[in-house]
Design a binder for this molecule. Structure first.
Ligand code: PMP
Length: 449
């Protein structure tokens, strides 16, 4: 391994980072994480902290799961790669398809199409939604509805349905025919509605209005995260997704639940849709499917959707896919990860530790005025919105947010910045004592504001 200064210098010179400014790296060198153990990460300066972000909402089983590591290693020696494009397949891919389908059977999911990550999954799901309607004789259904503040990856399809303009404006024009409804964000919304159930009703009415305006026969699908993650951990009312399901049914629109973050236990249930008591028509998954030990994503389809493809003529062929779709090493990681996820019953710990984290941050809110809003309490996703004036809800400036973030890190916890929010999604195996460490690090972080 090269020495630390070499690493810093080469990073600044050659490595462009996602979601970062390539010119800023000389002044603001990124933290170089060199090792990890359990739920802790260690940087090259020797700081060892609790990873309260779980990588990027993805290292659900932490960093030391031997079963997944062994499965990956064994598969590398058995068969490191073979394509799953029509004509060939491989044993781990078949096993993984069974494991994934079983995992989401209660959500009504019957088939899986593997991808290399979440953005691929979203893009594929949008394509499949159009194809589904075309096969059913409704080729005019090409438009998509989504929510503001939603995050659905950065491919053209996902960026087009993304609800945060930061990910859109630079790359416009995006896909035509994508329309965005207000987010179920009680703290700030165009209706000035603070009651979550009434806000849900207002967004449902806005959705009906938009569908009627566009003409229902032009709309293919509505995509949403059961709890919006990157947009700031926005937890809707328990009625919200049910309203969306009912409207989609009324107008023949497919409901795609983007479970890239919420799936595999993060919400305290095995899927976010299940958490809200809804069965979607399709689901997109990634992250927790391998706990990030290998890049894998997938699109899941209900029997109703799948049958339309399977019973169709040549038009049912799927003309999309990735070299690494159903990659045998990734598939072996999926099989091991899902078995470990079930064995450890991570959803139960996520619910308990999520409540502990949420309650702890709410207590800190009494101590620090810069906390404007705390969102979470449904599993291990927590968002803290920082403000410079609580009454006026003025978003905190980026410099102060960065200072809080840095001080929190120095006090022992890695959290994530999302605009004026601090976001947390620790590994689902985190212990009570480790959550306490995150809370005391946050306390120190806010004190430094
Ligand atoms: N959908 C959601 C809900 C996500 O949170 C993400 C990633 N954070 C994506 C899609 C995109 O996944 P990926 O980064 O693996 O492409």
């Amino acid at each position: 391994m090269k020495d630390d200064n070499f690493l810093r210098e080469m990073n600044a010179r050659h490595l462009w980072h996602p979601m970062g400014h390539p010119g800023e790296q000389q002044e603001h060198a990124p933290t170089i994480i060199k090792s990890a153990d359990g739920v802790e990460i260690t940087d090259i300066d020797g700081h060892r902290v609790v990873d309260a972000v779980g990588g990027l909402w993805c290292t659900n089983l932490g960093y030391s799961n031997d079963a997944i590591k062994q499965a990956i290693s064994d598969q590398l020696w058995q068969l490191p790669y073979y394509s799953a494009f029509a004509g060939t397949t491989n044993p781990p891919a078949i096993e993984a398809s069974y494991a994934v389908q079983e995992f989401f059977a209660e959500d009504g999911m019957a088939r899986v199409f593997f991808t290399s990550g979440g953005s691929d999954a979203v893009d594929t799901a949008l394509r499949m939604a159009r194809q589904y309607h075309r096969l059913r004789g409704e080729p005019t259904r090409t438009k998509f509805l989504s929510l503001k503040k939603g995050y659905h990856g950065t491919h053209w399809g996902g960026a087009s349905v993304n609800g945060n303009n930061r990910f859109r404006i630079t790359y416009e024009p995006l896909l035509p025919g994508c329309f965005h409804l207000p987010s179920p964000y009680t703290y700030r919304n165009p209706f000035h509605e603070t009651d979550p159930a009434r806000l849900a009703e207002k967004i449902a009415a806005a959705m009906v209005d938009e569908i009627e305006f566009q003409d229902p026969s032009t709309i293919a699908a509505f995509i949403m995260e059961p709890i919006q993650g990157a947009g700031g951990v926005i937890v809707p009312d328990a009625s919200f997704m049910k309203h969306m399901r009912e409207i989609c049914d009324r107008y023949g629109i497919l409901l795609i639940s983007d479970e890239v973050i919420c799936g595999f236990g993060r919400t305290g249930d095995w899927s976010g849709a299940r958490h809200w008591g809804v069965q979607p028509d399709m689901m997109t998954v990634a992250k927790g499917i391998t706990s990030a030990y290998f890049p894998v994503g997938g699109v899941l389809l209900s029997e109703m959707v799948a049958e339309v493809f399977e019973n169709a003529d040549a038009g049912g062929a799927i003309w999309t896919g990735y070299t690494y779709s159903a990659h045998p090493v990734g598939a072996a990681a999926v099989v091991a990860c899902l078995s470990e996820t079930l064995r450890l019953d991570t959803k139960t710990n996520a619910a308990a530790r999520g409540t502990q984290l949420y309650d702890g941050v709410r207590q800190l809110m009494e101590k620090y005025d810069i906390i404007g809003d705390v969102r979470g309490g449904h599993g291990l996703m927590t968002g803290i919105e920082l403000v410079s004036d609580r009454a006026a809800k003025t978003a905190m400036d980026a410099t102060t947010v960065k200072r809080v973030h840095k001080a929190t890190y120095e006090a022992g916890a890695m959290v994530r910045i999302g605009g004026n929010n601090l976001l947390m999604s620790p590994p689902l195996i985190i212990t009570e004592a480790e959550i306490d460490r995150v809370l005391s690090a946050l306390d120190a972080g806010f004190a430094a504001a």
